[in-house]
Design a protein around this ligand. Structure first.
Ligand code: DGY
Length: 321
């Protein structure tokens, strides 16, 4: 029997699968992020950990877990885990690639459309009883999406799924910036690989899907925003620190860009007061990229399978390599 610690609430039937296999599972029932002390307390005798992208699994946590065999992250990104430190101890790290691709691409488009068509502002207007009838020059004139240029920064699974929606659904021209060429997207969608600078200069909508690394930290700074069209909308569903949030507030306030759809923040869950004040063409979501019942269930299923496999001495399904 192994000890498994789960840092967040997970679907009961998935937890049952761990218990049915004879394991001793402790699932944290409280909402909100786990504190460092609480994590260090529970990790001490754990053989397996199921955690969230908001749980910082650093070298200190790993050192405090002498029995740990697997860290199963509920999500595709794993920048919250010190993977080299885990690897040095022979601890397997797993994520959930693929499971949230389409869901996150859907949310990207939801944010893009909401910012472009000013849905949040329009909703507020209607609820405030201000809608007095159709007018040609009515408030909340937005901008077209169909036929525009879509710039994708990070053309992996999610970036490509967003590009597909843009190409097939909205007749958009797709530009992308990525370390590697994505020939499949080029053939299927006519996507064109361009420099970061060209992407910023030519895109009407810029969507961020790159992983967060030291290289991508503050990729979007004042200089980047200066290069973007003043009518452009930025959508970030990847990781907050890829965008310098202070620079983004500056860019929105000064009209360097027109709007933003954000699901992630630089100091999550804290959000710059400057950003919260901006409502025109700015849509803010609380990191809900993968937040559908189907997808969250799938994340839990994959994480649980990975734990069961590793504890049974088998290879995990989706190791971080
Ligand atoms: C992930 O899995 O990395 C996403 O950010 C979750 O929404």
């Amino acid at each position: 029997m192994a000890k498994i610690y789960v840092t967040c609430r997970v679907f009961a039937d998935e937890i049952e699968r761990l218990r049915d296999a004879g394991h001793d599972v402790t699932m944290r029932a409280e909402e909100g992020p786990i504190s460092r002390d609480e994590l260090l307390h529970h990790i001490g005798d754990a053989d397996a950990l199921i955690c969230l992208l908001s749980d910082r699994i650093n070298a200190q946590v790993i050192a405090a877990a002498p029995n740990l065999r697997i860290i199963a992250n509920l999500g595709v990104g794993y920048d919250n885990i010190d993977v080299p430190a885990a690897r040095a101890r022979g601890i397997v790290v797993t994520n959930t690639p693929g499971a949230l691709t389409e869901t996150t691409a859907d949310l990207t488009f939801a944010l893009l459309l909401s910012a472009a068509r000013r849905i949040m502002e329009a909703d507020e207007y209607v609820r405030a009883g201000k809608f007095l009838g159709w007018e040609l020059l009515q408030e909340h004139l937005g901008q077209d999406v169909f036929g525009k240029t879509l710039g994708i920064v990070g053309m992996g699974r999610i970036g490509t799924a967003v590009a597909r929606r843009g190409h097939f659904g909205f007749g958009m021209s797709v530009l992308y910036h990525n370390r590697h060429r994505n020939t499949e997207a080029e053939t299927e969608l006519g996507a064109r690989q361009v420099s970061f600078k060209e992407l910023l200069e030519r895109s009407d909508f810029v969507c961020v899907h790159a992983p967060f690394t030291e290289e991508t930290r503050h990729l979007f700074d004042k200089d980047a925003f200066r290069l973007m069209k003043d009518s452009a909308i930025l959508v970030n569903v990847a990781r907050g620190p890829i965008v310098d949030e202070a620079a983004l507030v500056w860019a929105l306030e000064s009209g360097e860009i027109a709007g933003a759809g954000l699901d992630v923040y630089e100091r999550e869950p804290k959000i710059s007061p400057g950003l919260l004040k901006l409502k025109e063409r700015v849509v803010l979501a609380p990191h809900i990229g993968s937040a559908t019942v189907e997808t969250r269930r799938e994340l839990a299923r994959i994480a649980v399978d990975n734990v069961l496999f590793v504890l049974a001495g088998r290879s995990p399904l989706t190791p971080v390599t």
